[in-house]
Design a protein. Structure first.
Length: 371
């Protein structure tokens, strides 16, 4: 009983990747069948195009289709034009045309990578006629037809077969980032009283950077879906900006916690710092779970209380002169910690509002489905 459940859980955890594998298989099979039925010269290009445009999300498929089709049409027009306007009869002439076709299109693709397909298409339009004894115009039309079949097939499969919306993916991506930020915050505040594990912290920070890049890419896909009216999720901008600002706050706290506080200050602030760490980490992890589940935002009141207690403890430390006599950089770090925590407090309030908006969007969707 345990083994089937473990297998099911593993498959369920990878359902997005499994859905992509199924869509790619269906798209490739359908593209080949359609290209063969239409008697296209090279069904291979229809199949390859369907693989290229069938992406992890509908938003990414839209972009891949647009880029590949535009590149193909541009390459077919350019390659066909130079083949027709500059006749050749020798291998040297064909070689010269190949240089004339590749060089400018490769330069354009280097400036705008979304047009990479143009170079490949121009080469095919030039070389295929030498293999099949056809004219360049026919070759260009065949190439556009093959890519058109593959692109339309891949896009329809992305819409109809286990469609994966970027809006749903961004929930998981944002939740993962909040958990990484919580891990980094825990390590940073702990470093004020016991020193910190810089290797562990670097690993966490690297993970945050990589996850931020991925989330921004998914956010762009989600906005593309919204623009095409393929999804009705909330604007991703506030969520992305809030998480980015939280990351900046963690960086600021990291700079303020390079070394532990003086021993006497540690004794006075250890308990309030532990309370702040526990409250903020709990809120971040709860917000992550709320985003995944589309549930309501977690209570933020414990964060307010913990930061108030820390402010009161700091206010009690200052009159006792525990900071006086310390090196200037130590005093600067002490006050910078309080400032950074206050800045993070503001961003957590923003996160509370944004998570609430996403949960409301989920509730509205459920209500519409129920109707």
């Amino acid at each position: 009983m345990g083994l089937p459940k473990d297998v099911f859980d593993r498959v369920r955890a990878r359902r997005t990747q499994l859905g992509l594998a199924i869509r790619v298989t269906v798209a490739a099979t359908a593209a080949y069948a359609i290209a063969t039925a239409l008697h296209l010269l090279l069904p291979l290009w229809a199949v390859l195009t369907s693989l290229i445009v069938t992406q992890l999300s509908v938003g990414r498929s839209l972009k891949a289709t647009r880029d590949y089709v535009l590149g193909t049409i541009g390459g077919a027009i350019y390659g066909g034009a130079i083949a027709i306007l500059i006749p050749y009869s020798t291998e040297a002439g064909l070689l010269g045309l190949l240089v004339l076709a590749v060089a400018p299109l490769a330069f354009v693709a280097a400036i705008n990578p979304s047009l990479n397909a143009a170079t490949v298409t121009a080469i095919i339009v030039l070389l295929v006629p030498t293999m099949h004894h056809s004219d360049p115009m026919t070759s260009a039309i065949d190439r556009v037809s093959e890519v058109g079949v593959g692109a339309i097939t891949g896009l329809l499969v992305s819409f109809l077969v286990l469609p994966s919306r970027a809006v749903r993916q961004i929930r998981a991506s944002a939740a993962r980032l909040l958990e990484l930020i919580a891990d980094a915050f825990t390590e940073l505040l702990a470093g004020l009283t016991r020193g910190r594990d810089n290797d562990a912290l670097h690993r966490i920070q690297d993970g945050i950077g990589t996850a931020m890049v991925g989330m921004n890419a998914i956010g762009a896909e989600a906005e593309r879906e919204r623009a095409a009216r393929l999804s009705s999720g909330p604007d991703t901008g506030p969520l992305l900006r809030t998480i980015l600002r939280l990351r900046h706050d963690v960086v600021m706290i990291g700079r303020s916690t390079v070394v532990p506080l003086p021993a006497e200050v540690q004794m006075r602030l250890a308990a309030p710092l532990a309370e702040v760490s526990a409250a903020i980490v709990r809120f971040l992890r709860s917000a992550a779970e709320a985003l995944r589940a589309g549930a309501g935002a977690p209570p933020i009141h414990p964060v307010h209380v913990a930061l108030q207690h820390y402010a009161e403890a700091v206010a009690a430390v200052r009159p006792d002169g525990l900071i006086r006599g310390q090196p200037s950089d130590t005093a600067e770090r002490f006050f910078a910690i309080g400032f950074s925590l206050e800045q993070m407090h503001q961003k957590l309030c923003d996160l509370d509002r944004v998570v609430g908006e996403w949960s409301e969007a989920s509730s509205d969707k459920s209500a519409r489905l129920a109707e």
